[in-house]
Design a protein around this ligand. Structure first.
Ligand SMILES: Nc1nc2c(ncn2[C@@H]2O[C@H](COP(=O)(O)OP(=O)(O)O)[C@@H](O)[C@H]2O)c(=O)[nH]1
Ligand SMILES: [Mg+2]
Length: 458
C-alpha cells in the first residue's frame, strides 16, 4: 500500500497549518525530515513532539513544528498516521509537502483519508457522508444533524431494518428448499405484519425525515419581491443587521439582485433582494428585472412586499398575481407610517390563504415574527429529524424509496401467497438497497461520486 499525504488545513494563512500523512511509511518519513528537540525521542504513539522539519540533504530548516505519530489501528484511516503542525503559511506547508513527495509519498486525492476510513471498516458510508456534512454545515443545527449521523444515528436505524430483512429472508429460503411444504412453512399473515412493522413503517419514517434534512442541509432560497420603493432593500439590511444594499427614496435604486446568507432558527437561508419590478423601467433596470424573474422562478419562498404608507395599487396586484403560484408570505411594510393600512389589510383578507405579516423594515418592527413565519412556512412539521436524530440525504432517500417499493411488492406477494422464490427476489432487492445506504454493496462509481465532494486533505 502507498503512503499518501496532503495539506489538511485550508489555503491562506492561519495560526497553524497541518500536513497529514497516512500509510506504512508514515513514521519512517517523519524520522527522515523531523529533528526532535530530544534526539532520543522514540515517537510514542499519539504524543506530540516539538522540533524542526529539516531538509535531509540541504540541512535547511523548513519550519519549527509539532509532530505526532499515531500507530494503526487507532487512527482516522486505521493506517499509521502522522500529522505535522506547522505555522499556517501556505509556502511553508507546500515546501514540506513537496519534500514528502520527493521521498515517494503520493499526494492524496480529495476525501482519500476518509475513503480509507471507510474501506478499512472504521466507519460505514453514512458516517463518511456525515463528515462531508460536518465540513459544509452552514448552521449550528445542520452541524448537530451531521454529528448525529457521524455518531451512527442513520446507520443504526437502517441496521435494525436490515437485520429484520435478513431474518425474513431466512424464513423464505427455508420454504424454497422445501417446495412441497411451501405454504405450511410460511405463515403469510404473520410475515405481513412483521413486514409492515419492522420494514415498511420505519422506511417510510426515514423517508419523511429526509424532507427536513434537505432543508437544514442545503438551505432554502427566499426572494423579496415588490414594486420599487416598498422597502425591499431595507428589509434585507435589517435581516442582515448590515447596510448591505443601497437604500434611497428614489424608486429604482436596486438594479441588480443582491444575495446574502442568513441563519433563521437553524435553516440556512439565501436571501435575495431584487430590483423592484415595474413597467417603463430604463435599460439597466429592465435587465435587473429580468434577473429578478429568474430568482423568483428558483425561489423556495417569496416575500411579497406591499407599502402600507402608499397602499395597494393596480400594479401591486398585477405583480402579485404573476408570482402567486409560488409559496409566499405577504408583507405590509412601513407600518410605522401606515397611512393606507386599510387597503393593505383588505388585500390580505382577499388573499387569506397567504400568511400575512406587518412589519417596519426601517424601525425593525416584527422582524422576529417574520423570521418565525418564514421558518414555519418552509419547515412546517418537517423537522422531525430532531426527535429521531437523523436526516437521510438525497442518495439515501433514493435508496429508501426503492427499498420501500420492493417491500410493498413483497407485501402484495405475501397477500397473494405467491411462490417463495419470487418473494425472495423482493426481499433481496429491499436488502440490497439498504445495504447500499450503509456501503455494504455500494459500487465503485457511486463511491467516487461521494468522495469527490470532499476537500483535499480530509
Ligand atoms: N417609514 C418607513 N420607511 C421605510 C421603511 N422601509 C423602507 N423605508 C423607506 O422607503 C424608501 C425605499 O426603501 P428601499 O429599501 O430602497 O426600497 P426598495 O426599492 O423596495 O428596495 C427609503 O427611503 C426607505 O428609508 C419602513 O419600514 N418605514
Ligand atoms: Mg432596493
Amino acid at each position: 500500500m502507498e503512503t499518501i499525504a496532503a495539506i489538511s488545513t485550508p489555503p491562506g494563512s492561519g495560526g497553524i497549518g497541518i500536513i497529514r500523512i497516512s500509510g506504512q511509511s508514515a513514521l519512517e518519513n517523519l524520522r527522515t525530515i523531523f529533528q526532535p528537540l530530544d534526539s532520543e525521542c522514540v515517537f510514542e504513539s499519539h504524543r506530540l513532539y516539538y522540533g524542526h522539519i529539516v531538509h535531509p540533504q540541504q540541512k535547511k530548516i523548513l519550519d519549527e513544528v509539532l509532530a505526532v505519530y499515531m500507530a494503526a489501528p487507532k487512527t482516522y484511516t486505521r493506517e499509521d498516521v502522522v500529522e505535522i503542525h506547522c505555522h499556517g503559511n501556505y509556502i511553508v506547508l507546500q515546501s514540506i509537502l513537496e519534500l514528502l513527495l520527493s521521498l515517494g509519498v503520493r499526494l492524496a486525492d480529495p476525501g482519500e483519508f476518509t475513503k480509507l476510513a471507510f474501506l478499512n471498516g472504521r466507519i460505514d458510508l453514512t458516517r463518511a457522508e456525515a463528515v462531508i456534512d460536518i465540513l459544509s454545515a452552514k448552521t449550528r443545527k445542520g452541524m448537530d444533524m451531521a454529528l448525529d449521523q457521524l455518531g451512527g444515528s442513520l446507520y443504526n436505524q437502517v441496521d435494525v431494518i436490515r437485520a429484520s430483512l435478513v431474518r425474513m429472508r431466512a424464513i423464505i429460503e427455508v420454504a424454497i428448499d422445501f417446495p412441497d411444504e411451501d405454504i405450511e412453512i410460511i405463515d403469510h399473515s404473520s410475515l405481513q405484519v412483521q413486514l409492515n412493522d419492522e420494514i415498511l413503517s420505519p422506511v417510510k419514517r426515514l423517508l419523511a425525515q429526509a424532507e427536513g434534512g434537505k432543508i437544514f442541509r442545503e438551505g432554502i432560497s427566499v426572494v423579496i419581491v415588490g414594486l420599487p420603493n416598498v422597502g425591499k432593500s431595507s428589509l434585507l439590511n435589517t435581516l442582515l443587521q448590515d447596510e448591505r444594499a443601497l437604500v434611497t427614496a428614489i424608486p429604482g435604486t436596486t438594479r441588480d439582485t443582491i444575495e446574502e446568507y442568513l441563519d433563521i432558527k437553524g435553516v440556512p437561508v439565501r436571501i435575495v433582494d431584487t430590483a423592484g419590478i415595474r413597467q417603463n423601467a430604463d435599460e439597466v433596470e429592465a435587465l435587473g428585472i429580468e434577473r429578478a424573474m429568474k430568482q423568483i422562478d428558483q425561489a423556495d419562498l417569496i416575500l411579497f412586499m406591499l407599502d402600507a404608507a402608499r397602499g395597494v395599487e393596480t400594479e401591486d396586484s398585477r405583480l402579485f398575481d404573476s408570482v402567486k403560484h409560488k409559496p409566499m408570505l405577504l408583507l405590509a411594510n412601513k407600518v410605522d407610517v401606515a397611512r393606507q393600512e386599510g387597503s393593505v389589510t383588505e388585500f390580505a383578507a382577499q388573499n387569506s390563504d397567504v400568511p400575512f405579516v406587518q412589519i417596519s423594515a426601517k424601525q425593525h418592527q416584527n422582524i422576529e415574527l417574520l423570521k418565525d413565519a418564514i421558518f414555519d412556512t418552509v419547515v412546517g412539521g418537517k423537522d422531525q429529524w430532531q426527535e429521531d436524530g437523523c436526516a437521510p440525504n438525497i442518495r439515501h432517500k433514493d435508496a429508501l424509496q426503492r427499498a420501500s417499493e420492493a417491500a410493498q411488492r413483497l407485501q402484495e406477494g405475501l397477500g397473494l401467497s405467491i411462490s417463495s422464490d419470487l418473494l425472495a427476489v423482493d426481499v433481496q432487492e429491499c436488502l440490497d438497497q439498504l445495504n447500499a445506504i450503509v456501503g455494504v454493496t455500494t459500487t465503485e462509481d457511486v463511491l467516487d461520486v461521494i468522495f469527490e465532494q470532499f476537500c483535499l486533505g480530509k
